[in-house]
Design a protein around this ligand. Structure first.
Ligand code: MN
Ligand code: MN
Length: 468
């Protein structure tokens, strides 16, 4: 072929074919700097809020500082007003009232603030051969073997007999002790190594070491347990029965860190889904005067199927939108039908070490922007809400107009697996909904990996949507 023909072929290709571009090609030095600054703030948040309760508290506190007031049904609202609702300390909804009538719908972003972890059982404390332990029941989908032999911190609350509440957070500050689940030494693990990976560590083997010194160095039954209980009594004024009304969660004690020689990635516990929650939250704070009312819902219980009164299968979002509509004398049903939602949850990033589970033309790549997913579900799209082509087109125009870096991707090859998000529960309220989120490597592991440019792209996507 002549050079001329070559150029012509290239020109037609450029015009007709989809392009895949690394974010570095699309972001200039100024934007890279903004991205770095944003991610530093994200990492601070990750170290502050490691559980759904801590995230809900952080969001509520930050909202108050930014002029948001507690939402009351029937209150008078006008454009620019800022309200929020804290649902039982575990979920937060915030709204910034827009200039358009509420019947034109709200711009909703939904993300979850719970992450896989180990919950304490109701009778957690016991002693075995002079070692003190907490018994756990894992929360969400984990590979159990990954949770042994790493430092763990303990977070949560204990409600005492008289109703007073004790807050617990141990293992995050320098100088704090941490907690630990043992694994077998390889020298003696011949039999264990023949178990399947799923059975390598079993649920009832996830026992957390919490101490080893007997009470007053005495001999007798359960003296280590008594020593620990005595310490807890001194520190928190609790007795063993108070564990019955407690929610204690063990999470990895690792802080968020930059990863790689070029510091382009972030390692942290619980990117899923705080890596969408935080950018959505920040986008709302930075959209002070929206046309359409902005609503951000930061929900609990996604990792266990969204059931329960702090999960999105419950009616609390619907009730909020109905109450909001009534503040303007309108019917909530009409507000919902006119609303649009980004269901913000992470997606699987392509992992070159395990290429076989993803289909290369239809999966998300790190540093290629926020991932828009038209449908989720598994085995013939079961459980999906499948956004319409029209709605995908609308989102596409919104993102492109603001030069947001985005891609599309499915979670896994057909019939390899899959997963659902809260999208279906919101779409079931007659709200146009589409999935969007940051690609993650090692999702649901104690330490997950994301690319900084993708976190930034998520923030820019939410902002473009809220401003639309
Ligand atoms: Mn998630
Ligand atoms: Mn998850």
């Amino acid at each position: 072929m002549s050079n001329e023909t070559n150029n012509e072929v290239q020109a037609v290709k450029d015009e007709l074919f989809s392009k895949r571009q690394h974010a570095a090609v699309r972001m200039d030095a100024g934007e890279m700097k903004s991205c770095d600054q944003f991610c530093a703030e994200y990492m601070d948040f990750m170290n502050t809020a490691k559980t759904e309760r801590e995230a809900a508290a952080f969001f509520s506190r930050t909202l108050e500082e930014n002029g948001y007031v507690s939402f009351k049904p029937g209150m008078a609202l006008k454009a620019g007003d800022k309200v929020y609702l804290n649902n039982r300390g575990k979920s937060v909804i915030l709204a910034t009232i827009g200039t358009a009538p509420i019947t034109e719908g709200v711009r909703l972003c939904a993300a979850h603030i719970d992450s896989p972890r180990l919950d304490m059982k109701q009778h957690p404390l016991y002693e075995n051969e002079e070692i003190g332990y907490f018994k756990t029941h894992y929360y969400g989908g984990i590979k159990k073997y990954q949770w042994t032999a790493i430092p763990l911190s303990l977070h949560g609350i204990i409600v005492k007999q008289d109703g007073t509440k004790v807050e617990v957070r141990i293992g995050e500050d320098a100088g704090d002790p941490v907690f630990y689940i043992t694994d077998l030494l390889p020298h003696l693990a011949d039999e264990q190594m023949r178990r399947t990976l799923a059975q390598g560590i079993k649920g009832e083997e996830l026992n957390i070491v919490i101490g080893s010194m007997p009470f007053k160095q005495e001999k007798g039954a359960d003296m280590v347990k008594l020593g620990i209980m005595n310490l807890l009594h001194e520190k928190y004024d609790i007795i063993e029965d108070d564990f019955l009304s407690a929610e204690l969660e063990a999470v990895p004690a690792f802080p968020a860190r930059e990863v790689g020689f070029d510091r382009s990635l972030i390692g942290a516990y619980g990117h899923d889904d705080r890596v969408c929650s935080y950018p959505a939250f920040r986008a709302a704070l930075d959209t002070a005067a929206p046309v359409h009312t902005s609503v951000i819902i930061l929900t609990d219980k996604e990792e266990t199927g969204s059931d329960g009164n702090t999960g999105l299968r419950s009616s609390y979002l619907k009730y909020f939108l109905c109450d909001l509509a009534e503040c303007f004398g309108e019917n909530g049903r009409h507000v919902m039908s006119a609303s649009k939602c980004l269901s913000a949850d992470v997606n699987a990033g392509f992992d070159p070490t395990f290429p076989e589970v993803l289909e290369k033309n239809n999966c998300a790549y790190v540093n290629h922007g926020v991932c828009v997913t038209k449908f989720t579900g598994a085995r013939g799209k079961s459980g999906t809400s499948d956004a319409s082509a029209e709605f995908v087109g609308e989102i596409r125009r919104i993102l492109d107009a603001q030069n947001v870096i985005w891609q599309t991707g499915e979670l896994g090859k057909v019939d390899v697996g899959g997963g659902g998000t809260v999208a279906a529960y919101i779409a079931n309220l007659d709200i146009d909904t589409i999935d969007i989120g940051v690609p993650v490597l090692s999702m649901h592991a104690p330490y997950e990996l994301v690319a900084k440019t993708d976190v930034w792209a998520a923030y820019r996507a939410f902002k473009a949507f809220l401003e639309s």
